[in-house]
Design a protein. Structure first.
Length: 428
């Protein structure tokens, strides 16, 4: 009987060794920026009580209606869900552990999310988000800080220019008045609605504004705009946000059709968009969600945050050529086996003590064969701890790549102190 070869679940992808360096680079770069603004890491489980999302995200959103991976725990009957987003999970954790008691929180997270949707470029059933949440701070200065922080990340990752679009959803009463006006408007044009719009008409009419159906664009463009329903406080909030973003030199567009898809948003919503990834152009989105902490059982407290899709950011980096080159190792150590191998292992440990990445050739093989492995590893230097060199108390060092000019020609170094000299050469 033929052996069965297993494959991964559709839309849930492996990260292969050659891809790991860019993932590590993106997270390290973004975390460096987050820490510069005082954000600390929080980690939540990938499984949550289903009500965390039905209550927070909203029962009539696409995520809850069509995309969540939910199941009943066979041990105790609990309704559980693989997290489709992390803001609700973070707020649940903040409430559970009383992290907002008498203080504020700046938090970041990074990890896998799960949504059952049709896989396409940069959009998968298991995908990864890096995000931040600022809790307990109500002013537009914190919304602006989020946007400035993201602009700094794009510069650090080398993915610009990325376009910023902003909008406001106003306060709850303003949103309700706009909702009623939208329902009346779309009822009057019911014959022009597609199936999705018809389904959302009475449950989430704001989402009709986000339709991608080209036949509905003129209808949506003429729909009542939330900006016309804003009171003085909401207008002042948006105006101050615009002032702060403009003062930082960040270009933006106010897009009255930008709504975001989750129930917990109010006031500010924003997206960062690129034109280099086709239809999946949004690489980051976020906004203010002042009702959410109370919705999930905490004392009322404001919040604002964002989440970026790491797959899409990495796709964009590849598209614009900003992927960093990182080799597997710095030094490849060759040997003749036996006592030569013992010395090679000891030298490799000395180099690692000095912060050098080292591969010691496994087992025994001809030096010619080992050199092929050394070259394939991407190492900058080959170090020869072979019997002849060791008999003379030396090791041979040869550059395999440009940049280590001290060893352009194979050079003998005294074994005593060789590790320090090799490490110094690599540092330059």
């Amino acid at each position: 009987m033929a052996k069965e070869k297993f494959t991964g679940v559709k839309g849930m992808n492996d990260m292969l060794p050659q891809d790991a360096p860019i993932w590590q680079h993106v997270q390290k770069t973004c975390v460096g920026v987050l820490e510069a603004y005082g954000y600390q890491e929080i980690r939540t489980p990938i499984l949550e009580n289903t009500r965390v999302f039905t209550r927070g995200v909203g029962e009539v959103t696409d995520i809850v209606e069509k995309e969540m991976y939910s199941f009943t725990d066979s041990m105790n009957g609990d309704q559980l869900t693989l997290r489709p987003e992390c803001t609700s999970a973070v707020v649940r954790a903040v409430n559970e552990h009383n992290l907002l008691y008498g203080t504020t929180q700046r938090l970041w997270y990074c990890g896998p999310m799960f949504r059952h949707e049709r896989p396409q470029r940069g959009r998968y059933r298991q995908f990864h988000q890096l995000g931040a949440e600022a809790l307990g701070m109500a002013g537009p200065d914190i919304d602006a800080e989020m946007i400035l922080m993201l602009a700094r990340m794009w510069r650090a990752l080398g993915v610009g220019p990325v376009k910023l679009e902003m909008n406001t959803l106003g306060a709850q009463n303003e949103r309700q008045a706009h909702r009623e006006a939208l329902i009346a408007y779309f009822e009057a044009h019911r014959g022009e609605l597609d199936e999705d719009a018809e389904r959302r008409l009475y449950t989430n009419p704001l989402r009709i504004l986000d339709t991608k159906n080209p036949e509905m664009q003129a209808l949506v463009e003429a729909a009542p705009k939330l900006l016309d329903f804003l009171g003085s406080e909401s207008r002042a909030f948006l105006n101050r946000l615009e002032e702060l973003v403009s003062a930082a030199g960040i270009e933006y567009l106010i897009n009255p059709r930008l709504v975001r898809g989750l129930d917990y948003y109010n006031h500010t919503v924003f997206e960062w968009i690129t034109d280099k990834l086709g239809a999946q152009g949004t690489i980051c989105g976020g906004g203010r969600y002042d009702p959410l902490v109370e919705m999930l059982g905490g004392r009322p407290a404001p919040g604002v945050g964002f989440a970026m899709g790491m797959e899409r950011v990495i796709e964009l980096m590849r598209e614009v050529g900003s992927v960093p080159v990182r080799t597997q190792t710095d030094v490849y150590v060759l040997h003749h086996g036996g006592e030569s191998q013992t010395a090679a292992i000891a030298l490799s440990e000395e180099l690692r003590d000095l912060g050098v990445r080292v591969i010691t050739h496994p087992g025994e093989a001809s030096i010619k064969s080992q050199m092929k492995k050394a070259d394939a590893s991407g190492a900058a230097l080959a170090v020869f701890a072979t019997a002849d060199e060791l008999a003379n108390g030396t090791v041979g060092v040869k550059a395999l790549r440009a940049g280590a000019s001290a060893y352009a020609e194979q050079t003998l170094e005294p074994l005593e102190g060789a590790a320090a000299k090799i490490a110094a050469a690599l540092a330059h």
